[in-house]
Design a protein around this ligand. Structure first.
Ligand code: NAG
Ligand code: NAG
Ligand code: NAG
Ligand code: NAG
Ligand code: NAG
Ligand code: NAG
Ligand code: NAG
Ligand code: NAG
Ligand code: NAG
Length: 240
């Protein structure tokens, strides 16, 4: 099974879930979407995120993030119906966005999916992402993010997909990531990570796909990875 095949399965599941949520959102009472409603924390977090992001002047998608509409209607934002007007998904992919991911993203405490892949985002991945205990999907691939992979991501114990490939991340792979027992897909490929692959990754009992090649990793493949019974994809050229 290839990584893309695996990922498409996982994404098909995620997509089914998203479809379910958006159909619920469309039945939302229009009063609930009125101005002044919703969670102020989420609104302030989104405005702070917007302020740190620069967009393509030819396609200013984030101009929809303005006070004339409720934030649940903003481009890329999906809210939950059950927890009224809490943001559950933020999908800003392939929009030529630059700037940085603001720490306020950690205040979107109902977030299940954060997809910012295929943009030109720079600076660090904020460790505040570790506050997102409901997060299942974190896709930051194909940006220009630098600095370390924050160990605090290991707090997001519901994570199923973690993709930080094609960035400029450095430092060691945090051993703490080994605690993400629901993780099925993990990709670090094409970064500038150093050190050894931590043996603790052998604790990722749900892992089906692991990509770590094209980094500056050293050492051998830890024998603990042999424990990963579900691992069906794993790069032969794990170490470069
Ligand atoms: C908004 O969310 C925050 C953090 O979860 C919570 O403390 C606050 O009570 C919520 N406010 C409203 C109006 O729901
Ligand atoms: C505010 O957003 C709405 C769509 O949500 C858009 O039609 C409108 O042009 C935006 N206003 C400004 C000033 O960008
Ligand atoms: C995120 O948005 C992009 C562009 O609109 C879309 O192609 C992609 O399928 C979305 N991802 C998910 C997981 O919904
Ligand atoms: C990535 O974004 C660029 C625009 O910046 C777009 O042309 C390209 O198709 C996107 N790639 C993928 C795989 O979505
Ligand atoms: C949001 O997060 C920032 C940075 O993590 C924090 O300083 C701020 O107090 C938070 N704001 C609210 C309204 O919770
Ligand atoms: C990565 O981003 C670059 C620049 O936006 C784009 O040209 C390329 O298609 C993207 N690749 C993927 C795999 O998304
Ligand atoms: C990172 O997580 C630790 C506990 O796991 C916490 O004490 C610390 O405040 C977190 N850092 C940030 C920036 O959220
Ligand atoms: C990668 O890391 C090495 C050693 O830490 C450093 O010299 C180099 O500049 C880094 N390259 C990039 C593209 O960040
Ligand atoms: C994780 O793996 C390491 C090294 O393989 C091991 O020492 C540790 O006990 C494991 N931790 C858990 C919580 O299973």
């Amino acid at each position: 099974m290839t990584a893309s095949y695996f990922l498409s399965n996982v994404l098909a599941l995620a997509f089914a879930f998203v479809c379910c949520c958006s159909s619920m959102a469309s039945t939302m009472d229009s009063n609930m979407l009125g101005l002044g409603g919703g969670n102020e924390t989420d609104r302030l977090a989104l405005l702070a995120i917007k302020a740190q992001i620069h967009q393509d002047p030819n396609r200013p998608v984030m101009s929809s993030w303005n006070e004339s509409t409720h934030f649940c209607m903003w481009h890329g934002v999906t809210c939950s119906r059950r927890h009224l007007q809490r943001v559950i998904k933020l999908n800003l992919t392939s929009l030529k966005l630059s700037g940085s991911i603001y720490p306020h993203v950690g205040n979107l405490s109902f977030l299940r999916e954060l997809s910012l892949y295929n943009n030109s985002l720079t600076n660090k991945i904020p460790p505040e992402i570790g506050h997102l205990l409901r997060l299942r999907i974190l896709r930051l691939e194909n940006n220009s993010l630098s600095g370390p992979i924050p160990a605090n991501i290991s707090n997001c114990f519901n994570l199923i997909i973690l993709d930080v490939s094609h960035n400029m991340l450095g430092g060691n792979i945090p051993p703490e990531l080994g605690s993400l027992s629901k993780l099925e897909y993990l990709s670090f490929l094409f970064n500038n990570l150093t050190g050894e692959i931590p043996p603790s990754l052998g604790n990722l009992s749900s892992l089906g796909s692991l990509d770590a090649y094209s980094n500056n990793l050293v050492g051998s493949i830890p024998s603990s990875l042999g424990q990963l019974k579900k691992l069906t994809h794993f790069c032969k050229t794990l170490l470069n």
